[in-house]
Design a protein around this ligand. Structure first.
Ligand SMILES: [Mn+2]
Length: 394
């Protein structure tokens, strides 16, 4: 996780406070259940431990004298609180500089701490993200704090992260570079007779050697007919001459991820497969040329979808064109048909462009780049790996 300076962290907290204002709430609750891996806590505080609760309160006037009797209150009048347990007493202090740290113990259980904070900051309405907060937690809180209204906003925490800051774009670009280098080094390794799983393993180790902290998700390697399954897992199937081979992978780097897909030909392929490939390439390249901030996710999807429809592959394009990406592989915004894609894509958002064609019994093609949207167009983070069909001589 990148060390942000205090100004950047305050900007993020301010964004959260704007959401509170819009929802007429007093405080934002970010519940990071043990092992949930939700990234909002790290994004809003810098804290990377496995269990914590953030409470960001909007009210400025904090009663310091009468409500600081508890041993766990540090004086200072902060409005940002981080509750965690003894394991993280040191780490939380080091990482979450903008927060007052409160450590749970037998004498100071979570609910008692929350009650004191709510009281101290005069909180009457708490906003939480219904998509990442466990139902049982909300039930408990409503029972323990009956005087407080708990209000859910779906994906509120993801919405905060749609527009990326400069430092985030720098890491995303670095992650994409690691992926591009790894993919290029993988190419000479691919040959007839090796298995999909062997290719996935080699690519994984190349990613780590090139500087990735980890993979972002299990690598998809789909050859021949397996390519018709858009999210196939790498199997023990051997690569054969004349097949298309789709590789979809991403790296994790400093808390952020990359995502790219390329389809290559293993030796000469049939005219039918080549037509399929060229149709997807045309659609994907059209997307990359046309996509810019200000479009809706649906409009973005239509750019690629219409191109495939015109070539007769419309019914074989069975998923949305793209998804936002950042600390998670699938974030907002969404580029898809229908209601999912109704949101306008802002400048500074990062989204994949990944049309595909999947034909049962024949095979599949997908090409995916990650694009940073600007008012005039976009910057392609995966531009280092070409999209003209690569025919492996093996
Ligand atoms: Mn993707």
């Amino acid at each position: 996780m990148l060390k942000l300076d205090v100004v950047d962290m305050r900007t993020r907290i301010k964004k959260a406070l704007c959401v509170l204002k819009a929802e007429k709430a007093d405080a934002l609750l970010v519940w990071n259940s043990e092992g949930s891996g939700q990234p909002a806590t790290a994004w809003l505080s810098g804290f990377t431990g496995s269990w914590s609760i953030l409470l960001i309160a909007a009210k400025k006037q904090i009663l310091r004298s009468s409500t600081t009797r508890g041993a766990f209150f540090v004086k200072g009048g902060r409005e940002n609180f981080l509750i965690t347990d003894g394991r993280y007493a040191e780490q939380s202090k080091r990482e979450a500089k903008e927060y007052e740290i409160l450590i749970t113990s037998e004498a100071h259980p979570t609910c008692a701490i929350l009650r004191r904070l709510v009281c101290r900051c005069k909180v009457t309405k708490v906003l939480f993200d219904g998509t990442v907060t466990p139902y049982s937690v909300v039930e408990d809180l409503r029972r323990e704090l009956p005087e407080v209204v708990f209000s859910s906003q779906k994906r509120a925490l993801q919405e905060l992260r749609i527009v990326k800051g400069k430092e985030e774009l720098g890491i995303l670009s670095e992650a994409a570079k690691i992926a591009c280098r790894s993919f290029k080094k993988l190419i000479p390794f691919i040959q007839v007779g090796i298995t999909e799983r062997e290719i996935a393993r080699r690519l994984e180790s190349l990613c780590l050697l090139e500087g990735a902290d980890n993979l972002a998700f299990p690598i998809i390697v789909a050859s021949g007919k397996n390519g018709a399954l858009s999210h196939a897992k790498a199997t023990d199937k051997k690569i054969k001459r004349g097949e298309l081979l789709t590789i979809d992978f991403g790296v994790r780097y400093k808390g952020y991820v990359s995502d790219m897909t390329r389809t290559v030909a293993v030796g000469e392929i049939s005219p039918q497969l080549f037509r399929m490939y060229e149709a997807v390439r045309a659609a994907q390249e059209r997307g990359c040329r046309k996509i810019k901030a200000g479009m809706t996710g649906k409009e973005l999807d239509t750019v690629c979808r219409n191109s495939l429809v015109r070539r007769g592959y419309g019914k074989y394009f069975t998923h949305g064109t793209g998804h936002g990406i950042g600390m998670e592989v699938h974030e907002l915004p969404v580029a898809a048909p229908g209601n999912f894609g109704r949101g306008v894509l802002p400048a500074g958002s990062v989204i994949t462009c990944e049309p595909g064609v999947y034909i049962k019994g024949v095979g599949g093609v997908r090409i995916e780049d990650t694009l940073v949207l600007t008012k005039k167009g976009n910057a392609n983070l995966a531009a280092r790996v070409a999209k003209k069909l690569l025919i492996l001589r093996c």
